[in-house]
Design a protein around this ligand. Structure first.
Ligand code: AMP
Ligand code: ZN
Length: 104
């Protein structure tokens, strides 16, 4: 099981800031911004590249969660949303996640 699946199933600790039926969000352990949160699908999918059509709704779920979390964290004046895709795209953890970076 991958590290983000373990966090989603509460088998590994994380600073969780948001959760709903399909996604979970927690603070990045090595933050690259004052607010750096990872929004993760509960379902294990390796990356955007591996998503099947039937799971595309998860991308909307992740983006809508990001919007809400940005408001909750009071960074909605401006922030970055980044999907790293594949090793050449800078992806290290092969479980679908969106970076929310804010508070600059
Ligand atoms: P990526 O390069 O897009 O795969 O990003 C993976 C991110 O996960 C990195 O920014 C790491 O700092 C972060 N990360 C790795 N392990 C953990 C963990 N156990 N809890 C929180 N964030 C993590
Ligand atoms: Zn996983």
């Amino acid at each position: 099981m991958c590290i983000f699946c373990e966090i989603a199933q509460r088998k590994q600790p994380a600073d969780i800031v948001y959760e709903n039926a399909t996604v979970i969000a927690f603070r990045d352990i090595h933050p690259k911004a004052p607010v750096h949160i990872l929004i993760v699908s509960k379902k294990h999918i390796a990356s955007v590249k591996e998503i099947e059509m039937e799971d595309c709704g998860l991308l909307v779920d992740i983006l809508c969660a990001a919007k809400k979390i940005a408001e909750d964290q009071k960074v909605d004046e401006g922030y970055k949303l980044i999907f790293n895709v594949g090793r050449k795209g800078g992806q290290v953890i092969d479980h679908l996640h969106l970076h929310l970076l804010g508070g600059f």
